[in-house]
Design a protein around this ligand. Structure first.
Ligand code: FUC
Length: 781
């Protein structure tokens, strides 16, 4: 395998693939391109662009270009509250049945009286397609790519001696998707533009150069569609003629064409759909049409690169980089393409910037990209792992801004979840179960074995806490404290004493979404709930202490925390998933969810050095579960092995994740079907191999696989307000550079060696991983 030393010669060989063939660093940057030598035949081959609200999948068919469009507030239904009015009365009996080990009966009663009405939530929907039909012709020298560093999809080909190029980007500053069609001969661009959608919608033209699609969000589960939406596309040509023909716009013999696409809905907030989509899209188009394509592009690049370029990564480069991306995915498991892992990492960061920006919605099960009006699992926010995993790479990947939509959603959930807490449990505070949607529904859905899980909101709080720990900013702490307080109050009011040990436990609950041996998943006090609550309670106490508030509440929470059921090691040496040692008789011992291992990652209960026996039990559980699962579940296993310090094992699983079984040609994660969480979980796993800061230390190269002996990463963020660069060679740390943003202490760790230090604001510190002699103590007099 070729390594960094050979970079210069490799870079020359990359002349076709890489626009830049300069220094090693330039070469690495230029390598962040997904490229293909044929158009996308399927949706999972098309390339995604997005500005956090508006997204497009670009197919790159020469004769029939398809841009499948999304806007992330286009969902079915309207403001609704699904609480079940019979739930509260049924709750004592449900609890009694569970205490009496009558799980089937409990599940039956939950099904009859405790589930949301309607039983499902509202699906995320598609805007529709922009279709550009060109004259059919033979095509040569075809290439399409997605340049992550420019957040631009490009298609180019030669037809009848003319080189055609299409460029597509989604601009956050101008809120449009901009498309430019060029050709190297004047008058060579002719096509017809139309729109198609599976939604209830109509298409017309305006002003001879604008396509308008007006549509309505669908009905679902008896909830009427209340979202109005509009997509508007303006077509501007240099040379040639633009004419409107009923619902199409025809362009004839133009030299160059720019299309500006935008879409908006009437959604303003989970309880307000009074927005005026027409006014919004008209406004945006008027403003963007006043700028040149070049100006739009400059603003887009400046905005996007301000986020994307914060982290650079080099895991080594080899000849494999010369191949198209789909072929590289097929071959990744041969271990000879370390750069594809770096590309996968940066693709994760790209997707987060493209699907989750301040003021927009969080990334859902498919991020922003979905071609259906009823996608798998409704394309919702599944918060028993999937939504959380979407944000695992955000903080360390230096993309804190991308967390804003998630934090805003938690804020909404404190309101809707307070209604569910009160009416279904008679409790204070707020609760969210295993899913939510645009309307912030919080009641248990789908059925007893999936929805009976009250700790979804509490898990989301961990991301709020991370925001505080990574930033060290007290203003953040103040803003998130009400969510912590409310979540903790809910559990103070609802935790139950279990009969055997008198531990405090959740009841009813499940260990998502695994069945135990008694014909149901319904139970009391699954291990995951206890771990999540230990984190929630600890963080609420620390927040209240730091802010100097709620002394009594702190004491109550501390008392409850001390009585939570502990982590227990079962007869096979595994970490028990439930209060009883049921694991080896469970519904599926290889289940995709590894819920009880939350305590190791992303939770804080368990770590290799602090609780070695529990870490060993996690390892045993992971071995029993096996390495291969659905996309996201595979990614979770990668992250867990990195926190067991086993980079080689994590890398073996990464080989499966980045294989055609779990990665589509466009690099989207395959659950299957497409689900974006695996992309984000996999990206997080790669970062966790190189740096971790979960336990209060900043650990350098904690799980470096042998497959990446030499490399570097720059710009990762660590808890405490630090930015970290790491260079390694022959499997060993060469140097780490640590910059402090807020000033303060931390501990660096490289293997067994630690180095305590305190930096001032903006101070830079370098360390090569060797023990630093402590200053000699002054002799006692
Ligand atoms: C959870 C998982 C499934 C899927 C769905 C969206 O229910 O168990 O695998 O990811 O969410």
């Amino acid at each position: 395998m070729l390594r960094l030393a050979e970079l210069a010669s490799i870079a020359l060989a990359f002349a076709v693939v890489l626009p830049s063939t300069g220094s090693a660093t330039e070469s690495v940057e230029a390598a962040f391109v997904l490229w293909y030598d044929k158009p996308a035949a399927k949706w999972e081959e098309a390339l995604p662009v997005g500005n956090g609200r508006l997204g497009a999948m670009v197919f790159g068919q020469p004769a029939k270009e398809r841009l499948q469009l999304n806007e992330n507030t286009l969902w079915a239904g309207g403001p609704y509250d699904p609480v079940n009015p019979e739930a509260r009365e049924a709750l004592p009996e449900i609890r009694r049945l569970i205490d009496a080990a009558k799980y089937r009966e409990a599940a039956k009663l939950i099904g009859a009286k405790f589930m949301a009405k309607p039983l499902g939530q509202m699906p995320y929907q598609t805007v529709g397609d922009l279709l550009l039909t060109f004259p059919d012709a033979t095509v040569e020298s075809y290439r399409r790519d997605l340049d992550l560093d420019a957040a631009t999809a490009t298609v180019s080909y030669t037809s009848a001696g003319v080189r055609h190029t299409r460029e597509v980007f989604a601009s956050a500053p101008d809120n449009v998707i901009a498309v430019r069609l060029t050709a190297d001969r004047p008058g060579a661009i002719s096509f017809a533009a139309g729109m198609k959608t599976p939604m209830a919608a109509s298409v017309e033209t305006d002003n001879g150069d604008t396509l308008i699609l007006r549509g309505l969000g669908g009905d679902a589960g008896g909830i009427k569609g209340r979202i109005k939406y509009q997509a508007r596309i303006k077509i501007m040509a240099r040379g040639g003629k633009v004419t409107a023909e009923s619902a199409r716009i025809a362009v004839n013999e133009a030299d160059e064409v720019t299309l500006l696409i935008t879409a908006a809905t009437s959604y303003r907030k989970f309880d307000d759909v009074t927005g005026d989509p027409e006014a919004i899209v008209k406004d945006r188009l008027a403003s963007a049409a006043g700028k040149s394509f070049a100006d739009l592009r400059v603003a887009h690049l400046a905005d996007f690169r301000a986020l994307f370029r914060r982290v650079t990564i080099d895991l080594g480069q080899t000849e494999a980089m010369k191949l198209p991306t789909d072929v590289r995915i097929q071959r990744f498991a041969n271990g000879e393409d370390p750069q594809l892992a770096a590309l996968y990492y940066q693709f994760g960061r790209y997707l987060l910037i493209a699907s989750s920006r301040p003021g927009g919605q969080p990334a859902g099960l498919q991020g922003l990209w979905n071609e259906s009006n009823n996608p798998p699992w409704g394309g919702k926010y599944t918060i028993n792992i999937n939504t959380e995993m979407n944000y695992w790479p955000a903080e360390s990947g230096n993309l804190a801004e991308c967390l804003e939509p998630l934090m805003a959603m938690v804020n909404d959930l404190t309101v809707t979840g307070a209604r569910t807490a009160k009416s279904q449990y008679g409790a204070r505070g707020w609760v969210a179960h295993h899913n939510t949607d645009l309307w912030r529904a919080t009641a248990p859905i789908d059925g007893p074995n999936w929805g009976t899980w009250p700790t979804g909101g509490a898990w989301l709080c961990l991301h709020l806490w991370d925001r505080y720990e990574f930033s060290g900013d007290k203003a953040v702490l103040k803003s998130i404290y009400p969510a912590f307080k409310g979540a903790s109050q809910f559990f103070l009011d609802t935790l139950q004493e279990e009969p055997k040990h008198r531990w405090l436990v959740t009841n009813p609950s499940i260990s998502p979404e695994n069945g135990h041996p008694f014909g149901s998943a319904v139970c009391a006090g699954p291990t995951m709930d206890m771990q999540i609550l230990r984190d929630l309670f600890a963080n609420t106490i620390r927040a209240a202490e730091t802010l100097g508030v709620d002394e009594d509440l702190r004491k109550q929470i501390a008392a409850a925390r001390a009585r939570l059921a502990p982590n227990q090691i079962g007869g096979t040496g595994q970490l028990q998933e439930w209060l009883e040692d049921w694991d080896m008789k469970a519904g599926d011992i290889h289940h995709r969810h590894v819920s009880h291992l939350y305590g190791l990652f992303p939770g804080r209960d368990i770590d290799l050095r602090g609780t070695p026996e529990l870490a060993a039990a996690v390892k045993k559980s992971l071995e029993i579960r096996g390495d291969r699962a659905t996309g996201w579940a595979t990614a979770w296993r990668i992250c867990l092995w990195t926190h067991l310090g086993d980079g080689d094992h994590a890398f073996e699983i990464l080989k499966f994740l980045i294989s055609p079984e779990r990665t589509y040609p466009n690099m989207f994660d395959a659950h299957p079907p497409f689900q974006i969480d695996g992309n984000f979980g996999g990206a997080a796993g790669i970062a966790e191999m190189l740096m971790q800061s979960r336990t209060g230390e900043i650990e350098l190269l904690p799980a470096l696989p042998r497959a990446w002996p030499s490399g570097s990463v720059k710009g990762l963020r660590a808890r405490g307000g630090f930015e970290v660069d790491i260079v390694w060679r022959d499997g060993k740390l060469v140097e780490a550079a640590l910059r402090s943003f807020r000033g303060g202490p931390t501990r660096l760790r490289y293997g067994p060696v630690t180095h305590d230090l305190k930096l001032g604001v903006g101070e830079l510190h370098r360390w090569d991983g060797r023990p630093i002699p402590q200053p000699a103590r002054p002799k006692a007099l």
